[in-house]
Design a protein around this ligand. Structure first.
Ligand SMILES: N[C@@H](CCC(=O)N[C@@H](CS)C(=O)NCC(=O)O)C(=O)O
Length: 264
């Protein structure tokens, strides 16, 4: 499908040349994604759509926000970053809601997906999609595939939410709620123990190979040693396998680059 479109959502100030040559495409995108009342300038088309068919990544400077840039850096695919400033509540902009109905980053739009442009939210779905599209970082079948998906889902359903809640109650909330802090500290510690046991028996979370399960867990493990260090009782203390894994993953150039995205 000759989309010739770079994934940016557009509505206002569309250059005439684009308006003419991409009329049909614009109509298709507007119908699918745009909200009439939205005036968010960060969603405007600003580059020549014929030049680029790259993935647009909507993200912010948080652990969940770093997973997808790490993946895209591993793949070496060009991508365009759109910041969604959570501090300014941009995750609630109506246009962003069309892409990410749960009002959370990360999200992507792939203009070059099979069957037409595809928007995706939820980091686990995005990582799985990119792994399947590229044929990398997730085994195509068999036990290795499901072991990787198991640990990917563990991160999405457990490590991320528990450490995220700990961050909220222990660091960000004005009012401190001891029971909530105790609960999420305990759960955070327990999950780091689970991770330590897994990594003591296996080089990577999914098995012998580095995979999307490691990409998903890395930014949260870094958070456990930085932003959440004080909140956790023990954190990575006495966890040699976790230290070994953190270092191995952290040495990857794609991880180092992805952890710097977005630049704000
Ligand atoms: N399960 C989701 C979690 C995404 C998530 O919690 N994102 C946070 C940033 S780390 C967010 O967008 N928070 C904005 C808000 O809660 O309003 C995923 O893995 O993509």
């Amino acid at each position: 499908m000759a989309l010739g479109y770079d994934g940016r959502i557009f509505r206002h100030h569309i250059p005439p040349v684009i308006r003419l040559s991409h009329k049909r495409l614009k109509k298709q995108w507007n119908e699918k994604w745009l909200h009439k009342s939205d005036r968010n300038p960060s969603f405007m088309l600003t580059t020549d759509p014929k030049e680029k068919r790259m993935i647009t990544l909507y993200t912010w400077t948080t652990p969940n926000g770093r997973k997808v840039p790490i993946m895209l850096e591993e793949l070496g695919w060009p991508y365009e970053v759109r910041t969604v400033n959570l501090g300014k509540d941009e995750q609630h902009a109506p246009d962003f809601l069309k892409i990410s109905p749960n009002n959370k980053i990360p999200a992507i739009i792939d203009p070059d997906a099979e069957g037409g442009p595809l928007s995706l939210f939820e980091s686990g779905a995005i990582l799985t999609y990119l792994a399947e599209k590229s044929g990398r970082l997730l085994a195509p079948s068999g036990a290795d595939r499901y072991r990787t998906l198991e640990w990917l889902h563990w991160q999405i359903g457990s490590l991320g939410p528990m450490l995220g809640q700990l961050g909220y109650f222990a660091r960000r909330a004005q009012e401190k709620t001891p029971a909530a802090i105790a609960r999420f500290t305990e759960e955070g510690e327990r999950l780091l123990d689970v991770m330590e046991r897994r990594l003591a028996e296996s080089p990577y979370l999914g098995g012998e190979e580095y995979s999307i399960a490691d990409i998903a867990s890395y930014p949260w493990t870094v958070a456990a040693t930085t932003f959440l260090k004080e909140a956790l009782a023990h954190g990575l203390e006495g966890k040699p396998a976790l230290h070994r894994w953190l270092q191995a993953v952290g040495e990857r150039p794609a991880v180092q680059k992805g952890m710097q995205v977005p630049q704000v």
